[in-house]
Design a protein around this ligand. Structure first.
Ligand SMILES: *[C@@H]1O[C@H](CO)[C@@H](O)[C@H](O)[C@H]1NC(C)=O
Ligand SMILES: *[C@@H]1O[C@H](CO)[C@@H](O)[C@H](O)[C@H]1NC(C)=O
Ligand SMILES: *[C@@H]1O[C@H](CO)[C@@H](O)[C@H](O)[C@H]1NC(C)=O
Ligand SMILES: *[C@@H]1O[C@H](CO)[C@@H](O)[C@H](O)[C@H]1NC(C)=O
Ligand SMILES: *[C@@H]1O[C@H](CO)[C@@H](O)[C@H](O)[C@H]1NC(C)=O
Ligand SMILES: *[C@@H]1O[C@H](CO)[C@@H](O)[C@H](O)[C@H]1NC(C)=O
Ligand SMILES: *[C@@H]1O[C@H](CO)[C@@H](O)[C@H](O)[C@H]1NC(C)=O
Ligand SMILES: *[C@@H]1O[C@H](CO)[C@@H](O)[C@H](O)[C@H]1NC(C)=O
Length: 463
């Protein structure tokens, strides 16, 4: 009888051991279940974790990847810790069932990128801790569902940029740690809706400037650590190559606690302590146009490049105004490069006139005019008015084009009209192959001109 009892006891223990993974400790703090598996030398997430667990600690193991089945059906899980493992890969949707998860710790692992599918659907997550990984890329949509996030730690990674648009929408965010990365740009307006933000750390990045934001006006303490007053805001930005011109004056005017930040540029402020430089020395330089194209004459249809270069601090932006007074933008015929160059790929007579190059920065504006003369070519636009010259068959093109509007197929034309000298061999909605079927040179014809309508900007184009 006693033997039987022992036997039953052993069976009972075995059943219990099955619910709690080997080596782990399971605490039933009724009604909640915590599964504690930290520092157990685990190589993977144990398969037999109770799916009702509320807290799951897997820190300080040797887990290398997270698989879809690892956390499947754990709908009650609130707190998941995977810190200090060797995780380099997370299968898409591996956390998809964790609809109640509030805190996810993935710090000190070997993650290199975060995909759009990694954290999708985690709309209740409050804390996402990803510091000390090797992240170089976070896909643009990766944080789209994390709208409830209160704390986001991406520090100590290799990030050059993060999904700023998603950050902008995290209106509950109070702590954003981006320090020790390679971030070189923060878009203006990123923090404008983050009313609860009270700690922003961008220490040790590659920022030359910070976008001014009304939020920073609450900044009363600029410290890397320390106790904060509830209404104040801690901003840390030391260890960046700050460009101390008038655009950083707003930052200089904030009150601060520590004095470690220095300026990297301009040259005369290099290495000087940010807070010790008088406001008057945070200067900008208005633009000065240093080089530009002088009067240009070009044959109609040719490409023409107008140049305009300016210097100033900050780097001036350059815009072009057409002779009609319109801002020139990229189109099928024109390309405006950031370096100030305007390329007119196919010039038309309409381009004749004075173009204005406008160079501007926060300190001012400078103008320069560039005169352009387009020399008109004789146009052969239909077959009835060019009888003096041998007919190159240009009418064939317009005929074909018209039938093309019906979506018909032109590959047959070459066969059915073998005597036509110019035919459209293949036509699609955006391309046409035009064939010139001449056996020999025709005296008097030096060039062909093709006229087509560009739908992109609705202008007639000659080539
Ligand atoms: C999750 O639940 C589904 C349906 O209840 C079941 O088919 C599946 O095996 C479960 N997966 C795991 C890993 O428990
Ligand atoms: C991720 O989602 C964004 C939109 O949210 C999309 O622009 C991007 O192409 C997606 N990237 C990948 C790799 O699917
Ligand atoms: C126009 O196109 C060029 C080359 O593709 C690009 O570098 C430039 O940024 C574009 N400009 C605008 C205003 O979008
Ligand atoms: C401006 O940039 C374009 C494209 O990168 C280049 O082709 C052009 O030579 C540049 N112009 C000048 C003046 O640097
Ligand atoms: C074609 O020629 C006729 C006769 O010379 C002329 O009236 C007509 O305007 C021309 N069409 C075009 C598009 O130039
Ligand atoms: C286009 O097709 C319709 C009917 O299929 C026909 O009536 C019309 O004449 C055609 N138009 C041209 C320009 O070929
Ligand atoms: C074009 O014509 C060829 C034969 O003439 C035919 O095989 C092809 O399906 C046609 N394509 C279209 C888009 O009508
Ligand atoms: C081509 O453009 C000219 C001028 O904008 C217009 O009059 C003509 O109707 C257009 N032709 C076609 C086939 O779209």
């Amino acid at each position: 009888m006693e033997k039987l009892l022992v036997c039953l006891l052993v069976i009972g223990m075995a059943v219990k051991a099955q619910i709690c993974p080997k080596r782990c400790v399971c605490q039933i703090l009724s009604p909640n279940l915590a599964t504690l598996c930290a520092k157990k030398g685990l190589l993977f997430v144990p398969p037999n974790i109770d799916r009702h667990t509320v807290e799951l600690r897997l820190a300080d193991n040797f887990v290398t990847s997270v698989k879809r089945k690892d956390f499947a059906n754990m709908t009650r899980l609130v707190d998941l810790t995977l810190s200090r493992n060797t995780i380099s890969y997370i299968t898409p949707y591996a956390f998809a069932d964790l609809e109640n998860l509030r805190a996810l710790h993935l710090n000190h692992n070997r993650l290199t990128r975060i995909g759009n599918d990694t954290f999708s659907g985690m709309s209740k997550l409050h804390h996402l801790i990803l510091n000390n990984n090797q992240l170089t890329l976070i896909h643009l949509g990766a944080f789209n569902d994390l709208l409830a996030l209160e704390e986001l730690d991406l520090s100590y990674n290799n990030l050059e940029t993060i999904p700023w648009e998603a950050i902008q929408k995290m209106t509950s965010l109070h702590t954003l740690s981006l320090d020790h990365n390679m971030i070189d740009y923060i878009p203006e307006g990123t923090f404008s809706l983050l009313q609860k933000l009270n700690r922003l750390d961008v220490t040790s990045n590659k920022l030359q400037k910070l976008p001014p934001d009304p939020l920073f006006q609450r900044a009363q303490v600029l410290a890397t650590s320390g106790v904060l007053h509830p209404s104040s805001f801690a901003l840390s930005f030391g260890g960046n190559p700050l460009h101390c011109n008038c655009e950083l004056l707003w930052l200089r005017r904030l009150s601060r606690e520590d004095d470690l930040e220095t300026c990297a540029t301009p040259l005369h402020l290099t290495g000087r302590y940010f807070w010790s430089i008088p406001e008057e020395e945070f200067l900008c330089e208005p633009p000065l146009i240093t080089r530009y194209s002088h009067e240009m004459r070009v044959l109609e249809g040719q490409r023409v490049t107008l140049k305009c270069k300016a210097r100033g601090d900050p780097e001036p932006a350059i815009h072009w105004i057409s002779p009609e007074g319109k801002l020139v933008s990229n189109s099928s015929r024109t390309v405006v490069y950031n370096n100030g160059t305007l390329d007119i790929l196919i010039s038309t007579v309409k381009d004749t006139g004075s173009f204005s190059c406008i160079s501007s920065n926060p300190a001012g504006e400078a103008h320069q005019t560039v005169d352009l003369l387009i020399i008109k070519l004789p146009h052969i636009s239909n077959s009835t008015n060019n009888i003096q010259e041998p007919d190159p068959g240009s009418s064939d093109i317009s005929t074909s084009t018209r039938t093309g509007a019906n979506g018909s197929n032109h590959t047959g034309d070459t066969k059915t009209n073998p005597d036509k000298r110019v035919v459209i061999a293949e036509a699609t909605s955006s391309t046409a192959l035009i064939k010139f079927n001449f056996q020999r040179n025709i005296p008097g014809i030096r060039m062909f001109q093709i006229q087509y309508n560009g739908t992109f900007d609705d202008s007639l184009v000659y080539r």
